[in-house]
Ligand binder design. Structure first.
Ligand SMILES: [Fe+2]
Ligand SMILES: [Fe+2]
Length: 399
C-alpha cells in the first residue's frame, strides 16, 4: 500500500521550518509520497493583508517540494475549491484519487491537541493516521501521550508521532515582516529555501523592494534557483566555484566571472517556445540551427536576461552568450566560464581530470580539447556543429 503524507498549511510563505518538518516526516514514516496542500481559505485563521495570493503560494510550495525531492509534490486540491477548506473534504477527495492510499495527516502541536474540535473529526480519523510533529524541546511528551490515548479511545484514531529535534525559531508572520523591511530582507530570506526566496524577490511579494538590476550575489543565486530545477543547482554552484578559482588564477575580474557563472544556465529549463519568444522580443538574430535547438538557445536567452533583467556588465553577458558554442576571439573571461562549465566538480566523463589540470596549466589548450571533445560527441550523433564552434577550433589551431 502506498504511504502518502498529507501536509496542509497556508505556506505564506513556505519556509525552512516546514521543509525540515516535511523531510522528518518522510524519513520517520518512510513515505512513498508527500503532498503539500496550500489552503485557499483556512478556517482556523484570517489571512493577513500582506499575504501572497493563492497561485503564488502554490508556486512557492512547488519550488519547496522540488527541493524536498522527487517524492514530494504540491496538490491544488484546496486551492481549487471555493469556500472554506475543511480537512474532511480534502481527505475525502484524496480517498477518491488514491483508493488504496495509506494516509498520514501531518499536523502541528496545536492542531493535534484541538483535534476533537475539527469538523467531522471522527470521519477524518477513520481515513488517516494522525501524524503530529512533536518538538523534543517543547517538553510536551506527556501531553501528547494523553491526547493519543484520548483520541484512540474516543475516535479509534491511529496516531504516529513524528519527533523533531528542535523548534524552528521563526514563524511565517515574522518572516513576512522581515521581508517587508528594507534592512532585513536578507535576514527574512535566510529562513527560506533559496528558490522560494528567489521567487519572493522576482515577484516583489510581502512588500519586498529590491532592484533586480542591483541584486547581491546571494539574491542573484536565489533568483536563479527559482528558475531552475533543484537537481541542476549543484552544477551551477560548481560552475561558480570553478569560475571564481580560474578567474583568480588567470587574472580575470572575479566578480564578473562569478556573476556570469551564476546566470549562465538560468533559462536551461525553458521550452523552445519560451526561448524563441524572448529572442523575438529583443530581436536577437538566429541561425536555422539555433531556431530548432533549446540547447543552443539557452545561452542566448540567459545572456538577454543577464543584460535586460539583471543589468549585468556587457562582458558578463558576452561570456554567457558563448558558453555553449564558443566564438572566435574569446576573451579570457569567456574562456574561464566555458572551461568552468566544462570541468566543474560534478562533471564526470573520461578525461575530465586531465582537462581540469589543463585548465590551470594552459587555458587555450584546455579550450581546444574541450571544443574538440564537443565536436567529436556531436559528430558521433550526426548532429550539426555550430559555426562558432568550428571557427573557435580553427582559430585555436591557427588554421
Ligand atoms: Fe549551459
Ligand atoms: Fe552549465
Amino acid at each position: 500500500m502506498m504511504k502518502i503524507g498529507i501536509y496542509g498549511g497556508t505556506f505564506d510563505p513556505p519556509h525552512l521550518g516546514h521543509m525540515e518538518a516535511a523531510c522528518a516526516a518522510m524519513g520517520h514514516l518512510n513515505l512513498d509520497h508527500l503532498l503539500l496542500i496550500p489552503s485557499q481559505i483556512p478556517p482556523h485563521k484570517f489571512l493577513p493583508r500582506e499575504t501572497a495570493d493563492g497561485s503564488a503560494r502554490m508556486e512557492m510550495a512547488a519550488l519547496m517540494a522540488d527541493g524536498i525531492g522527487p517524492r514530494a509534490e504540491v496538490s491544488p486540491l484546496e486551492f481549487l475549491r471555493s469556500g472554506p477548506s475543511y480537512t474532511v473534504d480534502t481527505v475525502r477527495a484524496l480517498r477518491e484519487q488514491y483508493p488504496d492510499g495509506d494516509f498520514y495527516l501531518l499536523m502541528g502541536t496545536d492542531m493535534f491537541l484541538s483535534f476533537t474540535e475539527w469538523k467531522d473529526a471522527a470521519n477524518i480519523a477513520k481515513e488517516v493516521t494522525l501524524a503530529p510533529f512533536s518538538r523534543e524541546e517543547s517538553g510536551s511528551h506527556e501531553l501528547f501521550a494523553l491526547q493519543r490515548e484520548k483520541l484512540s479511545g474516543e475516535l479509534g484514531a491511529r496516531v504516529e508521532i513524528i519527533p523533531l529535534p528542535k523548534i524552528y525559531p521563526i514563524s511565517s508572520t515574522k518572516i513576512r515582516h522581515l521581508l517587508g523591511n528594507k534592512d532585513t530582507v536578507e535576514e527574512g530570506g535566510s529562513h527560506l529555501w533559496a528558490a522560494v526566496y528567489g521567487y519572493v524577490l522576482i515577484h516583489g511579494l510581502y512588500g519586498v523592494e529590491v532592484d533586480l538590476k542591483n541584486l547581491s550575489n546571494a539574491q542573484l543565486r536565489a533568483v536563479v534557483c527559482s528558475m531552475l530545477k533543484a537537481k541542476r543547482i549543484p552544477h551551477v554552484q560548481g560552475t561558480e566555484e570553478t569560475a571564481v578559482s580560474l578567474a583568480r588564477h588567470w587574472g580575470v575580474d572575479v566578480q564578473k566571472a562569478r556573476r556570469a557563472a551564476i546566470l549562465h544556465d538560468c533559462t536551461k529549463h525553458w521550452s523552445l517556445e519560451e526561448h524563441l519568444a524572448l529572442c523575438e522580443r529583443y530581436q536577437i538574430p538566429l541561425t536555422e540551427l539555433e531556431r530548432g535547438s533549446g540547447k543552443l538557445l539557452h545561452a542566448k536567452t540567459a545572456a538577454v536576461l543577464a543584460e535586460h533583467r539583471f543589468g549585468e556588465d556587457p562582458e558578463v553577458c558576452a561570456a554567457i552568450e558563448c558558453h555553449t558554442t564558443g566564438k572566435p576571439n574569446m576573451t579570457t573571461l569567456d574562456k574561464v566560464l566555458y572551461m568552468a562549465d566544462y570541468v566543474e566538480p560534478t562533471r564526470s566523463f573520461p578525461g575530465v581530470e586531465e582537462l581540469r589540470r589543463l585548465s590551470w596549466d594552459n587555458l587555450d589548450q584546455a579550450l581546444c580539447v574541450g571544443i574538440e571533445t564537443t565536436i567529436g560527441e556531436l559528430s558521433e550523433k550526426n548532429a550539426p556543429i555550430h559555426e562558432n564552434t568550428q571557427m573557435t577550433l580553427a582559430q585555436l589551431k591557427g588554421t
